[in-house]
Design a protein around this ligand. Structure first.
Ligand SMILES: Nc1ncnc2c1ncn2[C@@H]1O[C@H](COP(=O)(O)OP(=O)(O)OP(=O)(O)O)[C@@H](O)[C@H]1O
Ligand SMILES: [Mg+2]
Length: 276
């Protein structure tokens, strides 16, 4: 089971859109995929047509953070073949105030290691207790972002946070990819920023920072109104319009990640053979 946190402390950059549609693309390619909504705004849940309200007794991510927590399997809802999710609700905001709560999600996920191939964590904006839980539970971080100068400065801060987490709570954590969201390829400013991000990662190759193998994932996700419309129908982009640019782009990023993971698994196997 591979646990991936979709993280950016900035709001509105494409975290939830990427979690839902990347997850749906993984499920379509046969991976048992679980999506966890870690944002009290519950936007991921809305993408699946779930409106968490006071009367809705459905278990949610909040149920993992209570004094008498439910298990992951008691909280999941099935969205389609191979795709499951845990919705959030506003009460999840209370978890932000909990002390010593960084390991709750990591511990809960231990029990389902055999049930899923990939788990995607939709983080809230900000770097509070819920995001720290995601970073403590995750094997890797993927950063959805825009190719803009200020976003680049934000990326540096985020990488520093990942580095801080590897120094304590989760030594195995790596930042493995950036997904460019709402991308406008015609903008020369955008092209310059993408080049700077690439250079930043190239400079890190061979060093021991946790982003030394990070890539700008291909293709960039173009701005596509269908991606903004799909959640109002409670649908993923593949159910809403499987032939639109947004569906093509998310399918492409999912394939890039799958090849990257296969490549790395093969390398790891080779190096373990050569050391034995
Ligand atoms: N490629 C795209 N083209 C057009 N609209 C997009 C695209 N990606 C995301 N959006 C829209 O941009 C808005 C922000 O996206 P999203 O909710 O995924 O960001 P977020 O980072 O999860 O935000 P938050 O920090 O509030 O959780 C949403 O209205 C979404 O529908
Ligand atoms: Mg979101």
């Amino acid at each position: 089971m591979r646990v991936v946190a979709l993280l950016n402390q900035k709001g509105g950059v494409g975290k939830t859109t990427t979690t839902v549609n990347l997850g749906a693309a993984f499920a379509a390619s046969g991976l048992r995929t679980l999506l966890i909504d870690l944002d009290p705004q519950s936007n991921l849940s809305l993408h699946f047509g779930v409106e968490a309200s006071g009367e809705d007794a459905r278990p949610s991510t909040t149920s993992l953070f209570t004094d008498a927590p439910l298990s992951i399997q008691q909280c999941v809802t099935q969205a389609s073949d191979k795709l499951w999710f845990i919705p959030a609700d506003q009460q999840l905001a209370l978890a932000e105030g909990q002390q010593d709560a960084q390991h709750i999600l990591a511990n809960a996920l231990q029990a389902v290691r055999e049930h899923y191939d990939v788990v995607l964590l939709d983080c809230p904006p900000g770097l509070g207790v819920l995001s720290v839980n995601a970073l403590t539970a995750a094997d890797e971080v993927i950063v959805p972002m825009q190719a803009q100068y200020l976003a680049l400065r934000g990326l540096e801060k985020l990488l520093q946070t990942v580095s801080d987490i590897t120094a304590g709570l989760n030594p195995k954590l790596r930042c493995t990819g950036v997904v460019l969201c709402m991308h406008e390829s015609q903008s020369s400013h955008g092209r310059a920023v993408v080049e700077e991000i690439r250079q930043h990662f190239e400079n890190a190759r061979g060093s021991d920072v946790p982003w030394n193998s990070c890539r700008v994932l291909q293709p960039p996700i173009r701005r596509n109104i269908k991606l903004a419309e799909a959640p109002s129908f409670g649908q993923t982009i593949f159910d809403y319009d499987s032939k639109c640019a947004g569906a093509d782009d998310y399918r492409g990023v999912a394939n890039s990640l799958l090849s990257m993971w296969n490549e790395r698994a093969a390398q790891a196997q080779q190096s373990s053979v050569s050391t034995t």
